[in-house]
Design a protein around this ligand. Structure first.
Ligand code: NAD
Ligand code: UDP
Ligand code: UDP
Length: 316
């Protein structure tokens, strides 16, 4: 199968990560079918691709069957920020589980290779640090984050069962916190919150004491890792961690954003949401060895790009 000219389906393609992926795939010569129900994604995210002869946008909810002819499927459809995935938690689980079943059924019928956008959330609030792919995780099955975490865990199970049972070519990617242009200004994620608050001169909201850590990957690095995994040798199923190992406390992140934006925002401390993981950092040895992949963009450089984007967005 040739890399160029293949027909690629991207579910959730009008979202933050999906729209960057569509840009890259169209640019590389693929025919791209972008499927999205526009829950958190927008036509504006793929504005630059509308009308392109190799790009097609379809409104569709992946919890319903989809009959199309494609060679590769990137399954990204699922709200990713706590505010959005907790808005309708039953729909979130359905999207992960029914969405995975439908996309795997489609992949089975057309014998397409399929990649799942899984998440570091499958590790829950981890007891080992940094997280390696062999770690089974510590997830609360009945908490307010469970619709997302357990939905994604079940999707991974389905991927591996279709691989064992139906010999599908699967790729499971565990994505760690990613940021960049086209994040939603109001989706509640920490990078977008801090930047928007700093730009508006509003208080920066630190949940808990701000000592919890996250590791932030710039979107361009993430998409490079995703495409490398899709194009990797057939027997590499994953799961593979993709993320930036640079680990920061939320206080450090707030200070960095404030320094880069300038302005006079104060820090305010608010309660820590339940089940909020205390620390998170990817071990990326596997991606480094198997995909020859490493993130290249330093946090400050990526934040500057993201700040420029939000400056422009807020001025619209
Ligand atoms: P996003 O919310 O911007 O994108 C998700 C897209 O899926 C949106 O366009 C949304 O409208 C669409 N969608 C949601 N439910 C759907 C449904 N039932 N049918 C069709 N489309 C649907 O989020 P994102 O950050 O771009 O995340 C993309 C994927 O990557 C998600 O699967 C997410 O779980 C995963 N991920 C993201 C991160 C991150 O830090 N951004 C981290 C780990 C995993
Ligand atoms: N499916 C789909 N598109 C296809 C083929 C299947 O959306 O091209 C869906 C269909 O709804 C089905 C699901 O994928 O229920 C799982 O398909 P599979 O063949 O694994 O299971 P079965 O059809 O036997 O339930
Ligand atoms: N957070 C924060 N202030 C905010 C938004 C989030 O301190 O305005 C914290 C949140 O409690 C968590 C971390 O930042 O500890 C990352 O949150 P996000 O929702 O971005 O990602 P996730 O928790 O899903 O990794």
């Amino acid at each position: 199968m040739s890399v160029i000219d293949s027909r690629v389906l991207v579910t959730g393609g009008a979202g933050f990560l999906g729209s960057h992926l569509c840009d890259r795939l169209v640019g590389a010569g693929h025919d791209v079918l972008c499927v999205d129900n526009f829950f958190t994604g927008t036509r504006a995210n793929v504005q630059g691709l509308l009308g392109h002869p190799r790009f097609e946008l379809m409104r569709h909810d992946v919890t319903f069957p989809l009959y199309v002819e494609v060679d590769k499927i990137y399954n990204l459809a699922c709200p990713a920020s706590p505010v959005h995935y907790q808005f309708d938690p039953v729909q979130t689980t359905k999207t992960s589980v029914h969405g995975a079943i439908n996309m795997l059924g489609l992949a089975k019928r057309v014998r397409a290779r399929i990649l799942q956008a899984s998440t570091s959330e499958v590790y829950g609030d981890p007891e080992i640090h940094p997280q390696v792919e062999g770690y089974w995780g510590r997830v609360n099955p009945i908490g307010i984050r469970s619709c997302y975490d357990e939905g994604k865990r079940c999707a991974e199970t389905l991927f591996f069962d279709y691989w064992r049972q139906h010999k599908l070519q699967i790729k499971v990617m565990r994505i760690f916190n990613t940021y960049g242009p086209r994040m939603h200004p109001n989706d509640g994620r920490v990078v977008s919150n801090f930047i928007v608050q700093a730009l508006r001169g509003e208080p920066i909201t630190i949940y808990g004491d701000g000592s919890q850590t996250r590791s932030f990957c710039y979107v361009d690095d993430l998409i490079e890792g995703m495409i490398r995994l899709m194009e990797s040798r057939e027997d590499l199923t994953g799961p593979v961690n993709i993320g930036n190992p640079g680990e920061f406390t939320m206080l450090q992140l707030a200070e960095t954003v404030l320094r880069l934006v300038g302005g006079s925002s104060k820090l305010v401390f608010q309660p820590l949401p339940s089940d909020d993981p205390k620390q998170r950092q990817p071990d990326i040895s596997l991606a480094s060895k198997e995909l020859d992949w490493q993130p290249k963009v330093a946090l400050e450089d990526g934040l500057k790009e993201t700040i420029n984007y939000f400056r422009w967005r807020l001025a619209q």
